[in-house]
Ligand binder design. Structure first.
Ligand code: GAL
Length: 686
């Protein structure tokens, strides 16, 4: 059966329901436009209640039932949550925290990724599944495990970490050099001395921390690969995926994405935050960039409330519709939900679903069923074009930028990325999210708001790209460390200072407003008092003033961070007024070869950042459509998606005659959108 225009589906956990519910469930799926059901994700104990006692029949019946109704299956291996017997018989299969606590079953995801027994038992249950289900006509997609991201600090992981380090560094000299172990007497004389970064009295070795992150990601990737290859050895044609979690720090999705046949993502923006739609757009753009030609699909989202935040606001139907069309506009090949039938038991019984506990005769079910039908009616969507603007984002740099020993813990790399992304989003400029190893063909402007760590090869490549005509803009704290977390020597931004015509000398986090020295928490042994003084701490800001070269930029404020820079030849657009870098340059740029480098050495307020990046877009000759507040505008294939995320009526200029596929309304030269409205406009008619 050919792939539909869009996969529309949900997780379905029939093992949680008596059999007489199954058929009704599937009939209702069909009525709601569902064509894909993810089954088996957490079904290990239902498939193997005791070691080697197999109960696969029920799952085959489920696949038969789906097939009978024309619903395809995204069949999951059940390995994310091992049954309690595994922990009882082989306690070493359960993960251990950095504090040495071994995790217990009766939750989920408690496995140790390097445990040999866990891996053997995974292979056994996957084989049992393959023996009975591979080749079943319902199966359209394999789904390995679920949301990989476990980290374990046990002895088995310590041993695997040593093997990984040996491969990376060859010998102990290499390791000692990379880890800078002469500091604080950490010299490693025997591989057995090496440990994961377990609980320790004070700051950890930063290179050890970073390598352990890399190792933990690779160790889980090995689990994924083992299952993927096991599947491929039996079924070489059905694509294999596993679900990502947007900007999730636990594993390096850039290393993972190339191992997947299809990138898929779980996205749970918080409905109580109006601007969470910008975050979900950024996640979609990341997934599109990771997926490349293979595309990506939204594997999980909530129809309304979730259950994992302390206070879970419900999602309005209009908001859900906006989020769904946003993902479609940004290239999704499928839209799936967690989950089809709201759980009656377990910790997710208060999590929304497409079929709520209150039943089918509900506003909620009618709405999602209508949405499913609307999506199923969309024509061929085509691809989202490659963007001319890209954000640079690497996991190792994110990890290095969130360690505890940095000049400030307020310069959060992801928050910086969001701020810069938001400017592009508001201006309707499509943005890819690329890694330092990705090809930059077609990219005119590369934004690097949080490139704390750059390796030598990337520095060389980016320099050459700029000389050949690329425009590269850095945010604060750029190129501070190399891939081992070693502080780069010489003026910063290291590797680019000469191109920029500046010499960065000192990072200057802005001081807090004056505090009573006796209330400084570092001097106080009284935790209540520390908490009190912390809550009273106020981040100060300093003024940013445009120069003659920056004429036309607004005056603004700088937050969190400043840098002391000596200018040799750069064009300075704005200077600090007040604060530790008073009078010094804050925003500057230089032509370099056929290209350009720029630096925003602080965290400007939104209006100033918008104006600065607006100029950077102009200089890079990026096409920018007329901005309309609150309206998201994305072109996919021949269709223009417009989404009004605000509460005001907005008019969007769209030259020529167009028709909205959703309502059939025809427009000429301008399209009016009420609050929450979505339009999918056909190509302009000539
Ligand atoms: C995801 C998970 C699902 C479900 C969902 C609830 O993290 O993959 O199984 O738990 O969250 O929001």
């Amino acid at each position: 059966m050919a792939e539909p225009t869009l996969w529309i589906g949900a997780d379905w956990n029939p093992e949680q329901w008596p059999r007489d519910v199954w058929r009704t469930d599937v009939e209702l799926m069909v009525r709601a436009g569902v064509n894909l059901a993810t089954v088996g994700v957490f079904s290990w104990s239902s498939l193997e209640p005791r070691p080697d006692e197999w109960r696969i029949d029920w799952l085959v019946d489920v696949l038969d039932l789906l097939h009978e109704h024309g619903v395809r299956a995204d069949l999951a291996t059940p390995t994310a949550s091992p049954p309690p017997w595994l922990a009882r018989l082989w306690p070493e299969t359960s993960a251990v925290t950095a504090e040495g606590v071994r995790l217990s079953p009766f939750s989920r995801n408690h496995f140790c990724p390097t445990s040999a027994v866990y891996r053997e038992r995974c292979a056994a249950v996957v084989q049992a599944l393959l023996d009975r289900c591979a080749g079943h006509p319902a199966v359209a997609l394999w789904h390995v495990g679920n949301e990989f991201g476990q980290t374990c600090f046990c002895d088995s992981c310590a041993a695997a970490f040593r093997v990984w380090l040996r491969e990376r560094y060859g010998d102990l000299d290499g390791l000692n050099r990379a880890w800078g172990t002469a500091v604080w007497s950490q010299g490693v004389g025997d591989w057995d001395d090496v440990l994961p970064p377990r609980a320790a009295p004070y700051l950890h070795n930063p290179a050890q921390l970073l390598d352990f992150r890399r190792f933990a990601s690779d160790a889980q990737l090995e689990l994924f690969r083992a299952q993927r290859d096991q599947i491929r050895s039996v079924d070489a044609t059905t694509p294999v995926t596993t679900n990502f979690m947007g900007f999730f720090a636990g594993v390096d999705y850039r290393r993972w994405a190339r191992e997947l046949d299809l990138v898929s993502d779980d996205s749970y923006p918080d409905p109580s935050r109006a601007d969470a739609v910008v975050d979900s757009a950024m996640s979609s753009d990341l997934m599109r960039s990771l997926g490349g030609d293979r595309g990506w699909m939204l594997m999980e989202q909530a129809a309304s409330t979730v259950n994992f935040r302390p206070h879970n606001a419900a999602k309005s139907p209009a908001r859900l519709r906006r989020e769904v069309f946003q993902a479609v506009a940004r290239g999704a090949r499928g839209l799936c939900w967690f989950q089809w039938h709201q759980a009656a038991q377990g910790p997710e019984r208060f999590h929304s679903a497409l079929l709520p506990a209150a039943g089918t005769d509900t506003r909620h079910h009618r709405m999602v069923a209508a949405l499913g039908t609307e999506l199923a009616g969309l024509p061929d969507l085509g691809e989202v074009p490659r963007a001319e603007v890209a954000l640079l984002f690497d996991w190792p740099s994110w990890w290095a930028g969130t360690q505890r020993d940095l000049p400030s813990d307020r310069l959060d790399p992801l928050a910086q990325l969001r701020r810069w992304y938001r400017v592009c989003w508001q201006r309707g400029v499509l943005t890819d999210v690329l890694g330092s190893g990705d090809a930059l063909d077609g990219v005119r402007l590369l934004l690097a708001p949080s490139a704390v760590l750059l390796d030598d090869a990337t520095v060389a490549r980016l320099r050459a790209w700029v000389r050949d005509g690329g425009h590269l803009w850095f945010g604060p704290f750029a190129s501070a460390v190399d891939e081992t977390t070693r502080l780069r020597q010489g003026p910063f931004p290291s590797g680019f200072a000469d191109l920029l015509g500046v010499r960065g000398e000192e990072w200057h986090p802005l001081p807090d407003d004056q505090l009573d020295p006796d209330a400084d928490p570092s001097r106080s042994a009284d935790p209540d008092r520390s908490a009190l003084s912390l809550s009273k701490r106020r981040q100060s800001t300093v003024a940013l003033v445009p120069t003659d070269l920056g004429a036309g930029l607004p005056r603004g404020r700088a937050d969190i961070w400043a840098e002391w820079l000596e200018v040799d030849s750069a064009d300075v657009w704005a200077r600090f007024q007040g604060g530790p870098a008073d009078g010094g340059p804050a925003v500057l740029t230089s032509a370099a070869g056929a290209g350009r480098v720029g630096l925003v050495s602080t965290v400007p307020d939104a209006a100033l950042l918008d104006a600065v990046l607006g100029r950077a877009l102009d200089l890079a000759r990026v096409a920018v459509p007329p901005a309309v507040p609150d309206v998201e505008r994305v072109v996919r294939g021949g269709l223009t998606f417009l989404i009004n995320h605000g509460q005001e009526v907005r008019t969007v200029p769209v030259p020529g005659a167009t028709t909205d596929l959703l309502s059939g309304t025809r427009y000429r030269d301008a399209v009016e959108l009420h609050a929450d409205e979505v339009r999918v406009l056909t190509k302009e008619e000539v």
